[in-house]
Design a protein. Structure first.
Length: 203
């Protein structure tokens, strides 16, 4: 099971041996603790639950505190279920050693929310003429027909909430890891703002 939880620290750049500049994202990843093992016999499917991020007990409700106490784990802020079989047991710790340089991973996070936006920013529409006298600048244009079908089709690209979605960035390469500081450097950018929770999974 190559899955790890972490927080996005930010972006920087590093230089390779031949002097090439590589843009990287720094992720504070793990250590994560296994808090539950689900099996076909007890739950109908196989999965492993891991927890990340220390938090004060008063931040959690009693059922969650009891669940973590049963597993012998201190209060954690985030719990994520990883589907599929695993050799890990409750109480085991997963850290950045699960990944090595050159691994191809996918990172999932919540993208930055940008509020209510128009079609030009949200969908890349070209807009209308910018000159004087026109009444069509940044509007979406015609969104339906006249008497037939006399409605707007579902799924039309229109203004609305932009961002704040669950996004998975695939095909990212692990550039380096730092076991002492629990850091993973991946090439390129990942979803979310600084300090946001991300899930790193091997492909």
């Amino acid at each position: 099971m190559k899955t790890l939880l972490g927080t996005k620290v930010g972006m920087t750049q590093i230089f390779t041996a031949d002097g090439t500049v590589v843009p990287v994202t720094v992720i504070q990843a793990g250590p994560c603790v296994v808090t539950q093992k689900k099996t076909v016999g007890t739950d109908g499917y196989e999965a492993t639950q891991i927890a990340f991020g220390d938090v004060k007990p008063k931040r959690l409700n009693k059922p969650l505190l009891g669940h973590l106490k049963k597993a012998g784990v201190s209060p954690k802020a985030h719990l994520v279920e990883v589907p599929g079989p695993s050799d890990l047991a409750v109480g085991d710790v997963v850290d950045v050693s699960a990944f090595v340089e050159g691994d191809v991973v996918k990172v999932t996070g919540i993208s930055k929310g940008k509020g209510f936006q128009g079609v030009m920013k949200r969908h890349g529409f070209g807009g209308g003429p910018a000159g004087h006298g026109t009444h069509f600048h940044r509007t979406p244009g015609s969104i339906g027909a006249s008497a037939d079908p006399a409605r707007v089709f579902r799924g039309s690209r229109l203004p609305g909430q932009m961002g704040n979605d669950r996004v998975t960035q695939r095909g990212l390469t692990v550039v380096s890891t730092d076991g002492e500081r629990n850091l993973i450097l991946v090439k390129g950018s990942i979803p979310g703002g600084k300090g946001s929770l991300v899930v790193i999974r091997g492909q």
